[in-house]
Design a protein around this ligand. Structure first.
Ligand code: ADP
Length: 476
């Protein structure tokens, strides 16, 4: 099978969250299953450092309404996988990946560039695998402008993976001019242009990144107004759980952490990493106390307000320490700055993005808090478990599908979970985990062991995607 994987971000070249990780892991694993897969992604400012390793393939002119612009295509082989970078200085070589007034134009250009570039890349895929709104207008453009051109386009099947339904590419109606077509309802949603809706209507199949989230998004509560559109496609809609790479996230071999460890010496290894991270952040150096961590975006989705409501009480009435890493909403950032000021020896924050420190935090922490309001899959909790940091999560989406709740009677479980979006419930679980850590060392050890052993490997995920690809092509 020939697959073109289209993503607006892709590790290690560009990353704002889990999509980038998935755009790195999945194609590699699909490759290993013997399929030909290429990744196409924008050439952002920070990708320049790889320029010498790239091969120039050619250029194309993209027309969008009265705009006309040239895109260049570069190819690079990285870890046995082929990457195609779409370069346009004006649209992509900026400080950030998203959040600009012309995002609609930028990503319409990217979608056109993918379709225009197939001949240059010399790759007419059987399947185009799209990810999130940034690539979701492609099926519309394909249907309107390309399918009739040749069998190479006509035969293409489309899988759209939704990593987060909250982000839909929702723009003013005037944006439709960029598509060079007459008015069409497939992209209209509440009188605005909605890229994701167009993708949902026109993709061959659609999936989200965990089974529970795929059911949740067909309800009013989690559907962000697209629940109806998804329900209309429910026969072609499924949930496939993400996996995490065993090489990148492996405490035994991870070069970013201070002390490598495996199942047998987990607690010892973790303590060494904890000592390092406490010193790094200028906290009280004793490693005896539990260290709670959070690594992730500071967005409402992640349940940060639940943390805000209860973390001071937890710190006041326990011996726990807390390290938070992330950036986003300024109010949240300021709250954690305030918290660090109030407990300078026990609380630290890193407002920013840093891969190495994130790994050290996973390795050195004892608990990993992730009380999300909704969570399509979530990688943080899986990485935490692999590093023996027990997740404290809300039972929603992928968090529900991956963390087995601690059972105090049988000692089963890989983390601590609660159901309601309520800071009292989070507080109770924080205190419970701190209690087990402080008073039941053998139970803690067992839970760490169980968490580290759980298999969230990529192979399972890749086989599920392969199955969907085959279904789309009518193969068994
Ligand atoms: P989302 O995709 O919603 O942001 P996920 O949990 O699926 O959340 O994925 C987040 C990924 O980004 C994880 O690999 C996490 O370790 C990483 N990450 C998040 N914030 C940071 C940060 N500030 N520094 C380094 N890595 C981060």
């Amino acid at each position: 099978m020939k697959i073109l994987f289209c993503s607006s971000e892709c590790f290690p070249f560009s990353k704002t969250g889990g999509l980038a990780d998935m755009a790195y892991f999945l194609p590699k694993s699909i490759n290993k299953l013997g399929h030909e897969i290429k990744i196409i992604t924008p050439y952002y400012e920070q990708i320049k450092r790889y320029h010498d390793k790239m091969r120039f393939l050619g250029s194309k002119t993209i027309y969008m309404s009265h705009f006309e612009t040239i895109v260049n295509y570069y190819e690079m082989i990285y870890e046995n996988t082929t990457y195609i970078f779409v370069q346009n200085m004006h649209y992509f070589e900026r400080d950030s990946l998203y959040g600009y007034h012309d995002d609609a134009e930028r990503f319409t250009c990217f979608n056109y560039a993918i379709l225009e570039g197939l001949e240059l890349i010399n790759f007419y895929p059987d399947i185009i695998h799209l990810n999130d709104w940034q690539t979701a207008i492609l099926p519309y453009l394909l249907d309107k402008h390309y399918r009739h051109q040749s069998y190479n386009y006509f035969k293409i099947h489309i899988l759209l993976t939704i990593h987060n339904l909250q982000y839909q590419g929702n723009f003013d109606k005037s944006v439709a001019q960029l598509f060079n077509t007459d008015f069409d309802y497939s992209y209209i949603h509440f009188d605005r242009v909605n890229f994701l809706k167009a993708g949902i209507e026109r993709a061959t199949k659609i999936n989200t990144v965990s089974p529970t989230y795929s059911k949740e998004v067909m309800t009013n509560e989690f559907g962000f107004s697209l629940d109806g559109a998804l329900k209309n496609r429910q026969n072609d809609f499924s949930g496939i759980l993400n996996g995490i790479d065993d090489v990148v996230f492996n405490p035994k071999t991870d070069k970013m952490i201070e002390k490598n460890y495996g199942l047998k010496d987990a607690l010892f290894g973790k303590a060494e990493n904890k000592a390092f991270i406490l010193e790094h952040f200028g906290l009280d150096l004793s490693t005896k106390e539990p260290l709670i961590a959070y690594v992730g975006r500071l967005a409402d989705q992640k349940g940060i307000s639940l943390m805000e409501f209860c973390i001071e009480e937890v710190l006041e009435y326990s011996n726990a320490k807390f390290i938070l890493m992330g950036s986003g909403d300024q109010n949240y950032e300021n709250f954690f700055r305030y918290l660090t000021g109030k407990y300078p020896n026990r609380v630290a924050n890193y407002i920013g993005f840093n891969e190495k420190i994130a790994h050290l935090i996973y390795a050195g922490s004892d608990m990993f808090m992730m009380p999300s309001r909704f969570e399509p899959c979530g990688l943080g909790q899986m990485i935490a478990m692999r590093y023996g940091s027990l997740p404290i999560v809300r039972e929603t989406g992928g968090l529900k599908d991956t963390v087995i709740p601690y059972n105090k009677y049988t000692n089963e479980g890989t983390g601590f979970t609660f159901a309601n979006y309520d800071s009292y419930d989070l507080k109770e679980k924080l205190f419970e985990s701190i209690h087990v850590y402080n008073n039941q060392a053998s139970v803690w050890k067992k839970l760490v062991n169980q968490a580290m052993k759980t298999d969230y490997g990529l192979n399972k995920m890749a086989i599920s995607y392969e199955k969907i690809y085959k279904e789309m092509l009518g193969e068994k």
